[in-house]
Design a protein around this ligand. Structure first.
Ligand code: GCV
Length: 680
């Protein structure tokens, strides 16, 4: 295996310089296994670059040396044996780190742990080789930390090569064929492993005809991609079409209870595992936005998932069954149907009826990855089901990687939310995910030279992996880590600017877009930029109901759709009350007059004006921060230019949001801005 070393692609958080501390020392790697081999090669490549090995010789790594070892490895030096004994069992992916007597030791119980230990050393840099450190144990919170790609093989006429992709083409396919050179896939795997990701679903959950065949006659492409991801401990998962027994197998039905259908899935799984023995499993979007599913055969989603689970079970595979099921052909005149209720209505009655190897993958909010939503009620409603919480790193509704929008603060807020308040031992969303199916997110990476289009959007990909490893990490500390790795020589000078621009950027985005949790108001289809009524009279179930008197969606039990009743206490009561509902979710749960006084003391209409003016001012301030870096030598001029250009677009777009939203609500309500600012 060779360590990918791409010269025409930005190195993101693994520039060669990040390996200096390791590469300039002698670092024995002890143990066997494919991932240990990866560690050995990483260390060798770093040493070749930085000349380690001649300075600090000695079996234990020498006076300022380092040892990376599996706990049971032959020839384990005394210090490593002592650290392993003190650390105790480390699990399949954990590791322990210590520094004593001038030797830094990383021990792991299994090869994957050693790989993660290596990347921990990379994060620490020279700090790993300073003063003594007591034994620290590290292990991932969740067993599965997964990214979903919405990549197509064929360029889709509307959605393109990557659905909701804002970073160029697919890393895997181009114009209908697998890329010949997959070096970049290996480099991607390396970046992901450095954050802790260990599973990747490679194709779009909207499975079109060509992509469905990855399961059968295009399986060799899955084999090839798996071979690139495997050296970094990442398993491949595949999105499959529920109707495959019909579309690929020629059967007359895909009824999950039909014997031939069961046999077909079992045979398909057998073939996949013969080709990819460490295959992770299937991802399924069924009965959703036009995808086929069990409803078509009068079966439940537990039955639908069951046939796939049975096929994968002999090999240890899992089904990620998505809970994103709603009626996308709703009549906007029908005020009783509420898209936000749909997932809970469909799935909560099925609690306890899914097979053991099914993971119900739930979007974090009840709607669809809006910048502000309450936590999905499904998360508290299915205690007897393994749940994974799904985030969207790709910025479909958060600026499409043209806007700076650091999402870790949003994810962190969601993960630390307590769905039962202080009841249930104060369990958080993270506790539910960690104890169940883990965390999943839609990737934001593509074949763009910066991986993520906007260079600063790399921080979102990095942060998702780190939060999936440890949901309690502080978003600002993750940003520091990312900056330290990405800009190893200049991070100290850049940190202030990056924090000023990024820490609050999600809230800034929220301020200049749809107010108070009402959501959408985006241009239909591509979802970029404002169009307040764009979805108002469409079948998609995404309405704000603004009229001359007020705005918002009444989802109360008393007078609305009753969504509030899907939450346990205290939230069922808090959300039900317009007086107690948090301001930022008011219009998600309530239809209120423009003069309604928020908990902040402002009225709804004045809040709309104030936040939209403030949001633009914050973007202007972001630009000023970035402009000051011009010519400073702190960032590469090409990267500076790319971000500067995108910030200009962000400001233009934010102004458009401000002016359309403010004008719309001024015209509807007739209420002037208390501060007399210009509204059109
Ligand atoms: C992959 C949203 C997006 C769709 C996406 C869907 C999903 O509706 O706009 O592009 O489809 O979510 O999560 O399945």
């Amino acid at each position: 295996m060779t360590i990918p070393d791409l010269t025409d692609v930005h190195p993101a958080w693994l520039p060669p310089e990040a390996f200096r501390a390791i590469g300039s020392r002698r670092v024995p790697v002890l143990g066997d296994g494919a991932l240990v081999e990866t560690v050995r090669e990483e260390v060798a490549a770093a040493r070749a670059r930085f000349g380690g090995g001649d300075r600090d010789g000695g079996g234990d790594g020498g006076a300022a040396g380092c040892v990376l070892a599996l706990a049971g490895a032959d020839g384990l030096p005394g210090t490593a044996r002592a650290v392993a004994a003190e650390a105790g069992p480390l699990g399949a992916e954990g590791y322990a780190l210590a520094r004593r007597d001038g030797v830094t030791t990383v021990v792991a119980g299994a090869p994957a742990g050693l790989l993660y230990g290596l990347f921990h050393l990379v994060r620490l840099g020279e700090a790993a080789f300073g003063a003594d450190r007591p034994v620290e144990r590290h292990a991932p919170a969740a067993a599965r930390r997964m990214l979903d790609h919405w990549d197509n093989i064929d360029v889709h006429p509307v959605m393109g090569q990557v659905e909701r992709g804002y970073a160029g083409g697919s890393l895997f396919w181009r114009d209908g064929v697998l890329r010949e050179d997959l070096t970049r896939v290996r480099a991607y795997a390396r970046l992901l492993a450095a954050t802790g990701i260990n599973a990747v679903a490679i194709n779009n959950v909207n499975v079109h005809a060509t992509e469905a065949r990855l399961l059968t006659d295009r399986l060799d492409e899955v084999v090839a991609i798996a071979a690139e991801l495997r050296p970094y401990g990442i398993r491949v998962h595949l999105s499959i079409g529920f109707a495959s027994p019909v579309t690929l197998g020629g059967l007359p039905t895909a009824d999950p209870l039909d014997e031939d259908v069961r046999r077909w899935w079992a045979a398909a799984a057998e073939r996949v595992y013969a080709a990819v023995p460490d295959f992770g499993g299937f991802v399924v979007k069924a009965d959703s936005e036009g995808q086929p599913g069990p409803f078509g055969y009068g079966r439940s989603h537990a039955e639908g998932a069951g046939v796939l689970a049975a096929a994968l079970a002999p090999y240890g595979g899992v089904v990620h069954w998505r809970a994103f099921v709603y009626d996308h052909r709703q009549d906007w005149r029908d005020r009783s149907t509420d898209r936000a209720r749909a997932a809970c209505d469909h799935f909560a009655p099925l609690d306890g009826r899914f097979a053991d190897n099914v993971i119900l993958q739930v979007k974090h909010g009840p709607m669809d990855f809006q910048p502000r939503e309450p936590v999905s009620p499904v998360i508290a409603a299915m205690p007897a089901t393994k749940l994974a919480v799904e985030f969207q790193v790709t910025q479909e509704y958060t600026g499409q990687q043209r806007h700076v929008c650091y999402l870790a603060p949003m994810w962190s807020e969601i993960l630390s939310f307590r769905p039962w308040g202080e009841d249930e031992g104060g369990r958080t969303v993270a506790d539910v995910a960690v104890g169940g199916g883990g965390l999943v997110a839609v990737s934001n990476a593509g074949d763009d030279p910066y991986w993520t289009g906007h260079p600063l959007a790399q921080a979102n990909l990095y942060a998702f992996g780190r939060l999936a490893w440890d949901p309690r990490l502080d978003p600002a500390a993750i940003l520091d880590e990312w900056a330290g790795l990405t800009f190893p020589e200049t991070a100290a000078g850049l940190r202030g600017t990056l924090h000023a621009m990024m820490d609050g950027s999600w809230r800034t985005y929220e301020r200049y877009t749809a107010p108070l949790g009402v959501g959408f108001m985006v241009r239909p289809g591509h979802h970029y930029g404002p169009d307040v009524d764009g979805y108002e009279y469409t079948p998609w179930g995404t309405y704000h109901f603004a009229d001359r008197d007020g705005v918002g969606v009444d989802r109360t039990r008393a007078t609305g759709t009753g969504l509030t009743g899907q939450y346990p206490r205290p939230w069922s009561e808090v959300y039900e009350s317009a007086g107690r509902c948090p301001d930022e979710l008011l219009l998600f749960f309530h239809h209120v007059p423009y003069g309604h006084v928020l908990r902040s003391g402002s009225t709804v209409i004045q809040h709309i004006y104030d936040t939209h003016f403030a949001g633009v001012e914050e973007v202007v301030a972001m630009r000023a921060h970035w402009d000051k870096l011009d010519g400073s030598g702190l960032v590469d001029p090409a990267l500076h230019a790319r971000v500067a250009e995108l910030l200009a677009e962000q400001q233009r777009c934010a102004e458009e949001w401000r002016d359309q939203v403010n004008t719309y609500f001024f015209r509807k309500s007739g209420v002037p801005d208390a501060r007399g600012r210009h509204i059109y």
